[in-house]
Structures are given as structure tokens and as C-alpha cells.
Design a protein around this ligand. Structure first.
Ligand code: NAD
Length: 439
């Protein structure tokens, strides 16, 4: 099939690489010329395991084409995916300006019948707006061209995006048109080969499914974080509690890790957007609002631990931060818990050494104006520090050389935002070990 993908970010580029890997010809478009130029030169603008291999291979085979001109996609494609950003607007709603501007370009430039598919996470009713915008432009051109609009929300996780796209748990397609559903079914057939995981539904339900999925996962995280805060107060150990509840098959272990709050480009923004969507239809979402509130509080939990250990004035305290990205295996810093933590620590007078395996360049952008010493080796960042705070659970932090750490550090406090070590073992190595949800 011939496919166009508009927006070459985390979602668009992964989708383009994976569709081309299955033999489709994909034109991947972005308005960011620098991004497209670097992709043409073989440079991948984001860190996503396995993405470089797929992009290089399919680009070399001419199945993956990069362009800044939407016409290159519209000329040949049967399906055009909209995969641009839908960032949080000032009022918390999803900002649709990029999606609607793509719809406008499609309406102004399309030359044959196409299926337009919303892959971006968009509020319920957006497909109607996209349809109206395209039709408005066609009417202006006095064109009788026809098109259809469908919804195909994306569920990939950054850090495992290729695997998630290649072997999805499900593919959700919202459409009221049987031909469109068939076209999408055929496109996704190679990805759902082993068992039928293609779920078609009406467009609004597909749009809502994406928000409901993210709100559910965010709820589990805020739930365990709230339990962990209670554990700490009552002298229970959330790690043991997690084991105790996760073993119940109705609950399971996934998404009940206590931590320093969820971040990333999706959960915070989508939870906020769902609150906004609910408010716009005169419904107050009690539970989802609480999920957001708990998460905002949780992002301060590591800072509170530092203060409980060293007091409110941290002037001159040297602290190492291990892990900056919002989760491992990505360089994405959007809404990362490390950002408010570092800002609060610096405001209280602390000196920060920071290390991350992939996200340092992104961190420099998100923490511009903050005086931070960045290191490209996790041990170098420990020289002379009183405290090390583990914020992101990259694999290389799982089994560090504790003796070497203590030799480099001036103090011995290890604050673990991911509860990944055995307390007794760390303590016997000479650390003062502070975890989340454990007194
Ligand atoms: N990142 C994720 O893990 C993830 C997962 C599922 C769904 N989503 C959703 O997918 C959508 C895209 O997210 P992302 O993380 O890939 O965003 P991103 O910011 O990484 O990429 C968006 C890209 O769209 C480009 N763009 C903006 N306007 C354009 C236009 N008019 N024409 C062409 N390109 C344009 C931008 O230059 C940018 O490169 C969002 O709605 C997001 O919520 C993201």
C-alpha cells in the first residue's frame, strides 16, 4: 500500500518505519526541515531502541521517503495518517491547531480519494472537525473529490515502541464506513497475523478508548503512590504490599510500581485533557481529577525526602541525580519528574550533578537557565556528593558498584525513586537508603 504519515515524531516516525518494514511505501512528512534533513542523512532525531535499524534499511530500499511537502504524500497515498502533536493547551485541553492545520493542507492539496486517519491522541469529536475542515477547503476549491475520516489511536510505549507497533495488543479503528475498515484491516493484517487483534468501533468510541486506556494506567500509578504514602506513615513497606496485591490475578503486577510520579508526553497531558473533556460536557470527573492531584504531589516526594534528611536550606549540598528522562529507554524529557525535583533542589541552594544515558541534550533544553553539571558517566557524577538520587530506572543503575560509589561520594545517602534495591543489602554496603513508601 502507499501511505502518507504527517508528523515524524515519536509516533509518526515509528509508524512510518514499521509500515515500511512490512513492504508498504511510506512518505513521512514533517514541517520541521531540520528534522527531515537529518532523517535523509541517516540521523534519527530521537532515541528509540531499534528505530535506527528500521529507518536505515527501509530508507535504503526506497520504501521510506522523507519530505517537508505534504503533496509528496498526497499524490501517491491511499491512506494519510495525522500523527502530529496535540500538546496541552493553556486550559488543559488538547491543542488541536496542528491537527487542524494538517486537515487544512489535506483539503487544499488532495488530488484523489483518500482515507484520512487520526493517529494523534485527540478529544472526542475531533474526527468530525477534521472532516469539516477538509470539506470546507474542498468546497472553496469547488472540488467534488471525496474522502473519509477514521480514528486509529496509537498505544505504543516509548522505549518499546517498535515492539509495541510490530506486535500490538490490539489495533483500534473507529469508522462508520465498511470500506475504510477493510482498508485498515488489510494494512494491519501483517501486524495481527498470529491472532485477530483488530477491533473496529464507532469513531467517538475509538477516540475515547485512547483516553480511557491512559487514564486507567495513570490511575493505577497514582493508586499505588497513594498507598505508598500511607505505608510510609503507618510503618508498612509498599514493596511487600505490592507483592501482596499483585499476586491477585484480578489486580496483577503491572503499573503498580511506587515511584516519583508519572511523566512523559502522554499520561499527564491525556489525563488533563480527559478532565477538560468531561468538564466541557458538565461532568466533574472525581476519580481522574484525583489521579492528577496525587501525581502532582508525588513529583515532590523525592524533594521532601532530601529535606527531611538535610533540612529546608540545602545551600552548598552536593547532590547527584541518576536518570533524567521520564522513563528508561527514551530521551524524552516531557513532564519528567526529574525536572521539578532539580528545580526545587536548586532553588533550595543545592548543587546538582546529573547523569542520564540518553537524555542529557534534551535535559539541557528543559532545564535551560539552571546551573547543572552534566556528566557522561554515572560514577563521575558522584565525585564529592552527599546524596545520590535515583530518578529513572535505567538498566545500568540496577547493579552498580556500591563500593566504588561510596568511595567517590562524600556522604552516604542513596534516595531511590524507583525502589529497585534490597534495603538490607544496600544498608549492609554502608548506605543510608531511603525508598518511596518505606519508613
Ligand atoms: N509519544 C508517545 O509515546 C505517544 C504514544 C501514543 C500516542 N501519542 C500521541 O501521538 C501524537 C504525536 O505524538 P509524538 O510524541 O509523536 O509528538 P512529537 O512532538 O514527537 O511529533 C510531532 C511532530 O509533528 C510535526 N508537525 C507539527 N505540525 C505539523 C504539520 N502541520 N505538518 C507536518 N508535521 C507537523 C512536528 O514538527 C513534530 O515533529 C500526540 O497526539 C500524542 O499524544 C504519543
Amino acid at each position: 500500500m502507499n501511505i502518507g504519515i504527517i508528523g515524524s515524531g515519536y509516533v509518526g516516525l515509528v509508524a512510518a518505519a514499521c509500515f515500511s518494514e512490512m513492504g508498504n511505501t511510506v512518505v513521512c512528512v514533517d514541517i520541521d526541515k531540520k528534522k527531515i534533513d537529518s532523517l535523509k542523512n541517516g540521523m534519527i532525531p530521537i532515541y528509540e531502541p531499534g528505530l535506527d535499524v528500521l529507518v536505515h534499511k527501509n530508507f535504503a530500499k526506497n520504501r521510506l521517503i522523507f519530505s517537508t511537502d505534504i503533496n509528496d504524500a498526497l499524490e501517491s497515498s491511499d491512506i494519510i495518517f495525522i500523527a502530529v502533536g496535540t500538546p496541552m493547551g493553556e486550559d488543559g485541553s488538547a491543542d488541536l491547531q496542528y491537527v487542524l492545520s494538517v486537515a487544512k493542507s489535506i483539503g487544499e492539496n488532495m488530488k484523489k480519494h483518500i482515507l484520512v486517519v487520526d493517529k494523534s491522541t485527540v478529544p472526542i469529536g475531533t474526527a468530525d472537525k477534521v472532516r469539516e475542515e477538509i470539506q470546507r477547503c474542498l468546497d472553496e476549491r469547488s472540488s467534488v473529490l471525496t474522502f473519509d475520516v477514521a480514528s486509529n489511536p496509537e498505544f505504543l510505549k516509548e522505549g518499546a515502541a517498535i515492539k509495541d507497533f510490530m506486535q500490538p495488543d490490539r489495533v483500534v479503528v473507529g469508522s462508520n464506513n465498511e470500506d475504510s475498515i477493510q482498508l485498515m484491516r488489510n494494512l494491519y493484517k501483517p501486524f495481527t497475523h498470529s491472532s485477530d487483534r483488530f477491533i473496529s468501533m464507532d469513531i467517538r468510541s475509538a477516540e475515547m478508548t485512547k483516553y480511557a486506556a491512559n487514564a486507567m494506567l495513570a490511575t493505577r500509578i497514582s493508586f499505588i503512590n497513594e498507598i505508598s504514602n500511607i505505608c510510609e506513615k503507618v510503618g508498612a513497606d509498599v514493596n511487600q504490599v505490592r507483592n501482596g496485591i499483585g499476586s491477585d490475578s484480578r489486580i496483577g503486577y503491572k503499573f503498580i510500581y511506587p515511584g516519583c510520579g508519572f511523566g512523559g508526553s502522554c499520561f499527564p497531558k491525556d489525563v488533563k485533557a480527559l478532565i477538560n473533556i468531561s468538564n466541557s460536557v458538565d461532568y466533574y470527573p472525581n476519580l481522574i481529577s484525583a489521579v492528577e492531584k496525587v501525581n502532582n504531589q508525588q513529583k515532590q516526594v523525592l524533594y521532601s525526602k532530601v529535606k527531611s534528611e538535610f533540612g529546608d536550606n540545602l545551600k552548598g549540598l552536593k547532590i547527584a541525580i541518576w536518570g533524567l528522562s521520564f522513563k528508561p529507554e527514551t530521551d524524552d524529557m516531557r513532564e519528567a519528574p526529574s525536572i521539578p525535583l532539580i528545580k526545587s533542589l536548586i532553588k533550595s541552594g543545592a548543587n546538582i550533578n546529573a547523569y542520564d544515558p540518553q537524555a542529557i541534550e534534551e535535559a539541557k533544553f528543559y532545564l535551560k537557565g539552571y546551573d547543572i553539571n552534566y556528566f557522561d558517566n554515572k560514577y563521575d557524577a558522584l565525585e564529592g556528593v552527599e546524596v545520590v538520587i535515583l530518578v529513572t530506572e535505567w538498566k545500568e543503575f540496577r547493579s552498580p558498584d556500591f563500593k566504588r560509589m561510596l568511595n567517590l561520594m562524600k556522604g552516604n545517602v542513596l534516595i531511590d525513586g524507583r525502589n529497585q534495591f534490597q534495603k538490607d543489602y544496600i544498608s549492609s554496603n554502608g548506605f543510608k537508603y531511603l525508598q518511596i513508601g518505606v519508613k
